[in-house]
Design a protein around this ligand. Sequence first.
Ligand SMILES: Cc1cc2nc3c(=O)[nH]c(=O)nc-3n(C[C@H](O)[C@H](O)[C@H](O)COP(=O)(O)OP(=O)(O)OC[C@H]3O[C@@H](n4cnc5c(N)ncnc54)[C@H](O)[C@@H]3O)c2cc1C
Length: 366
Amino acid sequence: MKHIIVVGAGAVGLSCARAALKRGHRVTVLEQGSLPNPQAASYDQHRMIRYQYGDAEGYTRMVGEAFGAWERLWQDIDARHCVATGTFGVSLEANDEIFQSVSTFKRLGISHELMDSASAERLCPQLTLPEAAQGLYQADGGVLFADRIVDSLLAWVTRHGAQMRPHTRVAHVDTGVSRVTLADGEVVEGDALVVAAGAWLPGLMPHIPDLPTWRQAVCYVQAPAEFQADWANGPCLTDLGIGDNYALTPVDGTGLKFGSGLHRRAGAPDAAGFVAEPEEGYEVISHFAPYLRNAAAYRPIRMAVGYYVKDASAKFRVQHDGKAVVITNCDGQMFKFSALMGERVMASIDGELAASELTRWAAGER
Ligand SMILES: Cc1cc2nc3c(=O)[nH]c(=O)nc-3n(C[C@H](O)[C@H](O)[C@H](O)COP(=O)(O)OP(=O)(O)OC[C@H]3O[C@@H](n4cnc5c(N)ncnc54)[C@H](O)[C@@H]3O)c2cc1C
């Protein structure tokens, strides 16, 4: 039995903690905020899981593996915090990401349906699409109820004996000896260390190069009454128009949520904070407006602000550094993989997966 120290109680840290406990290890989780921490990137009503990764075959395959890992979690917690709403992306020009996803789906044998503009509008009557648009529907993807998952993971790891330490900020990481120093000077040492500090990593491990942090504010939206049922019963949108616009459907008590890559700004959580200006909601909606029927009737309800590390590679960086495994560059993408990531990181710590293999797999290169 090893003693595993986990820094960060987001979905990744907690998934590593669960995987470690299942392997019979002793676990200590150190979290600077409360448990759960509402400022963690992992803590919002929902996150999307979808196969569409353009021509990135490694990540497309990994989504299939991720579904398997979620099934194992549902068994452990005796609940299913997901709904397969289906996912739907709109291709507006030849060779865009949706178009590339179709080729990848064909190569990997992933079921899908390609639609012309009229069929796409029948599937999503709340949308108005250019005549040349094509829609890509995939039935398995959908919504993961992120906050419920984090709450269940917290309950599970606590019940299975993890030592949970909220309001415990790690000030220094000594990877050579698997030791951390807390903000109050206390030293905690284990046999292995997992660092899953999300967007706070650059402050904690400043020697790691190239960790740009981003603020992503998403908007909970009130749809006009005539389209509320279409949103509630329809698929999540993976790509709508220009700029990575996506929508999570209001299922099982959650809200309709719009996010846009055009509303991502450079920023770090401790500097830029978690408050959003009221007009930001209208900005987010404006990126969807050209494709929404009765767009003027959409209203922002509230914004949710989160942060992540994202460099130009758009590849997860999961690396052994001495006796630590550091998980970063999670982008707006890691939630769907977090249960799987926990399993793979612990397999690597236990010597079943070479460090280089873990890194290559996480980068989508295997
Ligand atoms: C707006 C938004 C939308 C997204 N949409 C999707 C999506 O649809 N699908 C998807 O798959 N992914 C999505 N993501 C990405 C996904 O949510 C994140 O990649 C994932 O949740 C990261 O989990 P994490 O545990 O690594 O980090 P976090 O959840 O951020 O957790 C890190 C934790 O570490 C703690 N911590 C940090 N430093 C210290 C320290 N020094 N000492 C102690 N504790 C520390 C923090 O307090 C925090 O609780 C989205 C992200 C955002 C922000």
